[in-house]
Structures are given as structure tokens and as C-alpha cells.
Design a protein around this ligand. Structure first.
Ligand SMILES: Cc1cc2nc3c(=O)[nH]c(=O)nc-3n(C[C@H](O)[C@H](O)[C@H](O)COP(=O)(O)O)c2cc1C
Length: 189
């Protein structure tokens, strides 16, 4: 299912193994699983330890699921509605004016790696309606919806519509040398 990723330094395998699939087994996450994911995320570092994040969720089939399923855009709805949970990651610009998005991004990374360690997969989506998120969640102005995160158990790619099947691969990365500078940054970066 997953093309193996390789690299040149002895990093922990989780970094190569984690990927964002679109094929999910349509079964609900448990509240305990959801809480474990967010527990990991909340241990992320943040500027002045402001922890400018909040996680709103619906478990597949619960009372909130239908409303949450209207938040992702049309493309993402084609696959993410099989997920076991949808999480809207909010950042708090009142708590941290300069770094709320940056810190929320770090929390997302922690959540994604905890999910991987639990045998679950995650897929972040920037393709969603902020207006819909605001309406569904009753958001005050200072809470910014950053991403919607689909979480669940991975399914075989064959369960996807044909055009999405071929995209169910572990994506590559730019070479290390290209994102790393000893000292001054080269003009071509
Ligand atoms: C902030 C953010 C927004 C993203 N938005 C979408 C999206 O709307 N739809 C989608 O299918 N994937 C989306 N992705 C997934 C990325 O395309 C994916 O993480 C990237 O291609 C690297 O692949 P990998 O996560 O499998 O390693 C998003 C990822 C991030 C971090």
C-alpha cells in the first residue's frame, strides 16, 4: 500500500512511515482514542507556553457528525467522510497574536505522530469552509480554524474512487541539502 521512503540519516522510522492517506475504514474512533490524540498534541511547545490551540471534534455517526461533514470542501468530502473522526484545529490569536498558527501547526504534528503510534492515520485539510466551521462551531472572532483533520484506520486504496487511488502513495521530500544551509542562505532558496 505504501511505497517505502528512504533517507540518509538514522531518524526514527515514524517520520518516514507517517503519511496522509485518503482511504479510511468507516468506523468511529472511541472517545478514549480521541482524547489520547489531543493529549499528545497539547504537550507541543508554544511561544511563552500560551498553548493557543483548541480541538473541536465529531466522532463518526455521533450527534455532531453530520454538521462537521459540511465543513470540508467538495473535493475533501469525497474521501474524508469515511474517517472515524473529524477534528477542527483552532488557533487562538488573542492568546498569541504572533505565533498562534505556528504553534497550532506544531500541535498538529504531535497529534499526527501519536496517531501513527496508535496504528491510526491522519490527513489534514486546508480545503474547508471557514464560514461553515464558524457557523457549526459557533466560533468567536479570536478562534481561527486552521485545518480540519480526518483520523481513522487506514483502508486499502481500492476502496477509493479511481482518480484518488493513484494518489494513495507516500509522497517524497526535497533533498536534505536543498532545505539546509550552513550559515547564509543561498540566493536560489
Ligand atoms: C495545512 C495542510 C493542509 C492540507 N490540505 C489538504 C487538503 O485540503 N486536501 C488534501 O487532500 N490534502 C491536504 N493536505 C495533505 C498534504 O497534501 C500532504 O500532507 C502532503 O502532500 C505531504 O504528504 P504526506 O502527509 O502523505 O507526507 C494538507 C496538509 C496540510 C499540512
Amino acid at each position: 500500500m505504501t511505497l517505502s521512503r528512504q533517507t540518509t540519516t538514522p531518524i526514527q522510522p515514524q517520520f518516514l512511515e507517517r503519511m496522509s492517506p485518503r482511504a479510511f475504514v468507516p468506523e468511529a474512533l472511541t472517545t478514549a482514542q480521541l482524547e489520547q490524540l489531543v493529549d499528545a498534541a497539547r504537550w507541543a511547545p508554544s511561544a511563552s507556553n500560551k498553548q493557543p490551540w483548541h480541538f473541536a471534534y465529531a466522532l463518526r455517526g455521533d450527534a455532531h457528525w453530520e454538521a462537521f461533514s459540511n465543513i470540508p470542501n467538495e473535493f475533501n468530502r469525497r474521501w474524508c467522510l469515511n474517517a472515524g473522526a473529524l477534528i477542527v484545529l483552532l488557533s487562538d490569536k488573542q492568546a498569541s497574536a504572533a505565533k498562534h498558527s505556528f504553534d497550532a501547526g506544531c500541535a498538529w504534528g504531535y497529534l499526527a505522530l501519536e496517531a501513527h503510534a496508535m496504528g491510526l492515520a491522519t490527513h489534514a485539510m486546508g480545503g474547508f469552509s471557514a464560514d461553515e466551521a464558524g457557523a457549526v462551531l459557533g466560533l468567536p472572532e479570536h478562534l481561527v480554524p486552521e485545518v480540519v483533520i480526518a483520523v481513522g484506520r487506514r483502508a486499502d486504496a481500492s476502496t477509493l474512487p479511481e482518480d484518488l487511488r493513484e494518489r494513495e502513495i507516500a509522497s517524497p521530500r526535497k533533498p536534505l541539502e536543498q532545505v539546509l544551509s550552513a550559515g547564509a542562505v543561498a540566493a536560489q532558496v
